[in-house]
Design a protein around this ligand. Structure first.
Ligand code: TXA
Ligand code: MG
Length: 354
């Protein structure tokens, strides 16, 4: 049985938090909202508690888990201090918030958290429920996204329940997550910072922060899509990840070509119904297609809103049982880079140029 406890996103009920914190301290799992996506949390300092995360998600033990801290005082539990200057600058600027830094791991962090790596992913969430839960539990919380492995990340409690219902004791339901895509992951263990995953903090913002601090602002972007059987630096790099159950194709087209292409694809699929994941600007061009269910993530002029809606709309198309999903591509600027990345992976790399 999985209990779902509703909590106010801004001022979570202390009683609900106390119950969740007690479960964490007892080595159990609790799903909770962060500003990015829902996390599946366990006491990060307990090997046994963390083992339950891998079991509940069906996650390979080679995939390391991000540790969430509640305040600066917990930093030294996770990474040796003092930390280097680049990390200090980025922590100063982006913590708490949707940035994960990969840093050297402290001895007290159990080996299964980092999949035996000498480094650890560290982040300080800004969502009041996440912060209050870490505070109430009194320990850092290890948490991957609260979905079954490889599936679309959850942005509300219903998504978590659909994937993990019956496998975890408690979900704190704080409503929709504000950002909607996961944290940006930046590896600081090499001389040049490496971006392992686009996410809530745009790469451009990281570069300006480095520049303003008088540090080198170049970042190595690992544009790499790994096959399922490769040993990985970041399994978020798997080519197939964040995927709906329905096969998805990413469509890269000029404005004029998109409508025409989707119309033809729909006609070829008749009588079965296809799903289209588009932006408001596309809607006129696809109006009246008889066998298409059309969902929009909003205007191309508001990529934050598109990111916020992306995973929920993918899951919605899945539940509508369409035979195939076609998604428009998004510009690789700001948070659009994260949207583009998730869609390429949701499509397992299948891109249609039109
Ligand atoms: O926004 C987020 O980051 C969410 C919320 C819950 O905080 N968490 C999340 O976790 O997306 P997960 O496990 O779904 O994705 C974390 C990614 C994985 O691809 C993992 O491989 C990578 O972070 N990662 C964690 N520790 C790492 C490390 N030491 N070195 C390289 N990659 C690491
Ligand atoms: Mg994940």
């Amino acid at each position: 049985m999985t209990d779902v406890l509703k909590v106010d996103a801004e001022q979570p009920d202390p009683k609900a938090l106390a119950r969740a914190a007690e479960l964490i301290r007892a080595g159990q799992l609790v799903a909770f909202p962060t500003e990015t996506v829902y996390g599946l949390g366990a006491n990060a300092l307990s090997q046994e508690a963390v083992a339950r995360i891998f079991e509940a998600k069906g996650r390979p033990t080679s995939d390391p888990i991000i540790v969430h801290i509640g305040d600066r005082a917990q930093l030294s539990l996770i990474t040796p201090t003092p930390i280097d200057e680049t990390a200090q600058v980025l922590i100063e600027r982006f913590f708490p918030g949707p940035l994960t830094l990969v840093l050297p791991k402290a001895n007290g962090v159990p080996a299964n958290v980092t999949a035996n790596l000498p480094s650890v992913g560290l982040r300080m969430p800004v969502h009041p429920v996440a912060r209050a839960l870490i505070h109430a539990a009194g320990v850092p919380i290890a948490a991957p996204s609260a979905n079954t492995f490889g599936h679309t990340s959850p942005t509300n409690a219903a998504h978590v329940l659909a994937d993990l219902g019956g496998r975890i004791p408690l979900i704190l339901d704080g409503g929709d997550t504000p950002i909607g895509v996961e944290s940006t992951i930046l590896d600081l263990t090499a001389r040049i910072p490496k971006l392992l995953r686009h996410g809530g903090v745009p790469l451009e913002a990281i570069q300006s922060a480095l520049q303003e601090a008088g540090l080198p602002s170049h970042v190595e972007v690992i544009r790499r899509y790994a096959a399922q059987d490769e040993t990985l630096q970041s399994p978020g790099m798997l080519l197939r990840h964040y995927a709906p159950y329905t096969p998805l194709t990413l469509v890269q087209a000029t404005m004029g070509a998109l409508g025409e292409t989707l119309r033809r694809l729909a006609a070829e699929s008749a009588p079965s119904t296809i799903g289209l994941l588009l932006a408001d600007e596309d809607l006129d061009a696809v109006a009246g297609i008889p066998n298409a269910i059309i969902l929009s993530v909003g205007s191309l002029t508001n990529l934050e809103q598109a990111a916020h809606q992306l995973f929920a709309k993918l899951r919605e198309l899945d539940t509508l049982k369409v035979s195939a999903i076609y998604a428009r591509d998004f510009p690789e600027q700001g948070i659009g880079s994260a949207i583009h990345d998730r869609l390429v992976r949701a499509a397992a790399g299948k891109i249609l140029y039109a």
